[in-house]
Design a protein around this ligand. Structure first.
Ligand SMILES: [Zn+2]
Length: 267
């Protein structure tokens, strides 16, 4: 064990378990304090961002938004640029934090999960195909809920893993209440007109080289919104760069300029 780890363990042993998360967060806030960025998720002033994402050539070549290696992770709450954008979108453009909302969160991002759990108006269900760290196991191409069940669904960076993505989109549409919404983010290419997929590419190595991640089955193109519409959704693309409130402080929030929010409504 390194000396640093030994010191960490020694300090940890002195703090009651109940307070450990709070102490850890506070310690990180102090250690990473600075004026360069401001994380809206954990409300920290931070001096740097940490790297995240992958560095396969195809990501650059196809200009895949939301996939490449970049400095974009808050060192305090570990939110990515995507999570910060979503949090701001939800806070500014939906009633999720004020109105009673039955929310299904698939493959939940930890920083968002922690925020949702704190809000008593949110009736919260987390789910994933692999039942680890979620409330319920769920195959989103075959969902065990009846139609018109949820006020909101958040399902980010999941569809690019699913061979029959249209079936998954239709299932999400089915269980959503009429008049409700879903946010369905995916990594997408800025330059591909049409989504590229090839079911014969199955090995993790080939998928890394061709799709940019070992478990992706496609690269979405500009037709992604058309696919969502085919499933029944009315789709609005929210561009934060056109939102004056956010654009004014964009440098500090460290958002991805190209990332749009796919706000999908069931009318
Ligand atoms: Zn943060």
């Amino acid at each position: 064990m390194s000396k640093r780890q030994a010191i960490k363990n020694f300090i940890k042993a002195l703090i009651p378990v109940k307070f450990q998360p709070y102490v850890k967060l506070t310690a990180r806030k102090i250690y990473f304090f600075g004026f360069k960025y401001k994380c809206p998720v954990c409300r920290s002033q931070i001096r740097l961002l940490k790297p995240l994402g992958f560095d396969f050539p195809v990501i650059k070549e196809k200009q895949i938004v939301g996939g490449g290696l970049r400095n974009a992770m808050c060192p305090v709450c570990r939110s990515s640029d995507r999570v910060r954008l979503l949090y701001l979108f939800l806070r500014n453009n939906t009633e999720i934090f004020t109105k009673q909302t039955r929310l299904l969160h698939i493959a939940p991002e930890k920083p968002l999960e922690e925020i949702f759990q704190k809000h008593k108006n949110i009736i919260y269900l987390t789910a994933d195909l692999v039942p680890e760290n979620v409330m319920q196991q769920m195959d989103i191409t075959n969902i065990q809920y009846s139609e018109n069940n949820f006020d909101a669904i958040i399902c980010n960076h999941v569809l690019e893993h699913i061979p029959d993505d249209l079936k998954a989109m239709k299932e999400l549409f089915r269980i959503l209440k009429a008049g409700s919404w879903a946010i369905l983010q995916v990594p997408y290419s800025k330059i591909l007109e049409k989504t590229f997929e090839n079911p014969s590419i199955t090995s993790p190595e080939d998928r890394e080289q061709i799709f940019g991640q070992k478990d992706h089955v496609r690269i979405y193109g500009k037709d992604y919104t058309e696919k969502l519409r085919q499933a029944g959704f009315k789709v609005q693309e929210y561009k934060w760069t056109e939102d004056r409130d956010l654009n004014n402080s964009s440098n500090k929030l460290a958002l991805n300029e190209d990332e749009v929010v796919f706000y999908c409504q069931k009318k």
